[in-house]
Design a protein around this ligand. Sequence first.
Ligand code: EPU
Length: 339
Amino acid sequence: MSLELHENVSLQPFNTFGIHVSARLFAQAGNEQDVREALALAAERGLPLLVIGGGSNLLLTRDVEALVLRMASRGLRIVEDDGESVVVEAEAGEPWHPFVQWSIAQGLAGLENLSLIPGTVGAAPIQNIGAYGVEIKDVFAGLTALDQQTGELREFTLGECAFGYRDSLFKRQAGRWIILRVRFRLLRNAQLHLEYGPVRQRLQEMGIESATSADVSRAICAIRSEKLPDPAVLGNAGSFFKNPVVSAALAERIRAEHPDLVAYPVGEGEMKLAAGWLIERAGWKGYQDGDAGVHRLQALVLVNYGDAQGQQLLDLARRIQADILQRFGVTLEIEPNVL
Ligand code: EPU
């Protein structure tokens, strides 16, 4: 037995909101064998298994009556290389941003727009992380997961993951699959994505004419650091709501009253609205109630100013949802997993 099991462990260091709740049992898995041991131990004790990565997409509202298993497996390797395109494989417990930096240092492009996203490699496919015009699905080459129901390993191809906007099969079948390692197809000759919002402009300001993936990564880090709070300094879980997709008719009705509405066409007769804009326009940006608040620079991000409880943050989110529904007729969906 290599797995170290601990009783009644505070999860505060293991969730980026910094919420104080405890786990009935807690362990860290360094490899597949540890994961299997944890599954057996949880079954023995009659507790569910709750697998976490960086805890950066999680809102904990009460003590967790489960065996909380933090994925801590490490390892990065190149598994295919045809000179132009390369498949890299990363273990689930690898922290995301250092992995992105490693790939750039290998001269590989594809992940630069996803720089500085908190969390781990294994959690990334669950919500199909995305930023500045790129999502995991765009560079995804496969993953290996353990089926909690059967104990068998299964390989997933892109199509089988059913990726959508902040969505996947693994999110919809929560509690079934434990992602062990993920593969990405990256390119030696960068095909950079600079179209999204401020990216190209930021590169110009940095005096860069012909950008490399390292330049794009630096630009994205600068943009993110300006707008998004660092969880090490101010507890948060990134965007707390998804950007809602509404009918073009509803978007037009809102625009008639608010000509500066931020909206992008997606598919037939549908528009994606910037939830941050709606929340800011409704007056919530910078709002604070005790230690729970709405970030003062990015209204989509809820923050813990110190000792906020998960329930307090959830109550604030519910008030925002009700207000946005009442004012604009738009339903906001919560993005992180609420437990
Ligand atoms: N906006 C406002 N007020 C705000 C925030 C945003 O008016 O308080 C407006 C901006 O001016 C801009 C538009 O909304 O016109 C979009 O803002 P931004 O580019 O900052 O991105 P976002 O839609 O707020 C999404 C992702 C982020 C991702 C960025 C960049 C979601 C839920 N969020 O945010 O992802 O980093 O785009 O691609 O899709 C995350 O998922 O945790 C996350 C941070």
